[in-house]
Design a protein around this ligand. Sequence first.
Ligand code: TXA
Ligand code: MG
Length: 344
Amino acid sequence: MKPRIFRIDQYNIDHEALKQAAEIVNNRGLVAFPTETVYGLGANALDPKAVTRIFEAKKRPLDDPLIVHISRKEDLGRLAKEVPHEAERLIECFWPGPLTVVLRKSELVPDIVTTGLETVAIRMPSNEVASSFIEAAGTPIAAPSANLFGRPSPTTAQHVVEDLGGNIDAVIDGGKTEIGIESSVIEFIDGRIVLLRPGGIDLEEISRYAEKVEVYSGPEASSPSPGKYPQHYSPEARVIVVEEGEGQIERVLSLAEEKASRGIKTGIMSLQEHADKYRGYQVKVLGPAGDSRICASRLFSILREFDKEGVDVIIAEGINEKGMGLAVMNRLKKAAGPEMEFEF
Ligand code: TXA
Ligand code: MG
């Protein structure tokens, strides 16, 4: 069955339509909705049966916990047992927005949401369509990104329909998402502040309001955030990342040449400044080297476009890890999977 589509303009919200979408979610339905980061696949977070459907629709393993989305800060106190002052400060600065905090969970949060963990991830989106939808539902909304597990996250309603169309009840189409990469996930452990997943708020910005933010860099296999599954955000094509720095263009060219000589259909994801060096190849521009926000906002849709064009290999230029570059490189490395280290 095709999902119902609700088209909503974020600057002129149709609250009647959102009421209908809310009714679907209140009847155990799955409703995909836009946020400022990526599209989420929403279910009533307090209804374990509804939440189970999320895992089924996405083919998501049952040990990968979900984020609970709220529309009012007051709801935090119902879902978390305690809010350490470090967390409070960051929430004050960055909510509503692309910051997810991992806190000790209250009894109200069903185990299926946290996949049995004692902690729950919570975020309050800034996108008006998202917050109006959550408000209309009158319940916290559990929502992972609305893609099939392992695929690049969806930044348009079309991406959601491509991946999940047959398995969900409705999609709220609020246009292209602004940030294009998921929220930053931060855990607070015994006074430590640990960035589990770099995302929509960059490390430099977080560090202006918090002392000593640690970037999680443990072994992939035991990371509690998406890194747990080393291959993630992947298009069908194999991704090879060529790190930025001296000789990057030459390395991309020699790889591309070698693939072409073997008849392998190859795409190059290039920085704007380098694109003309790759003439003759199938090139897509990620964005300008100096603007990691633009690069972040275009990354997932470009990976999907290459898939549509049927390339076998994507050679991706790595970018500088400053600003949103850290999140972009995190997603690219995960898309490449564990073997990327052996390319060079
Ligand atoms: O921007 C976003 O965060 C989007 C939009 C829809 O809000 N959501 C999103 O959800 O990216 P998802 O499920 O694709 O990624 C959330 C990640 C999970 O992979 C999970 O590992 C981590 O957050 N997470 C959730 N609960 C956690 C917990 N209790 N402890 C540690 N990590 C947790
Ligand atoms: Mg995801």
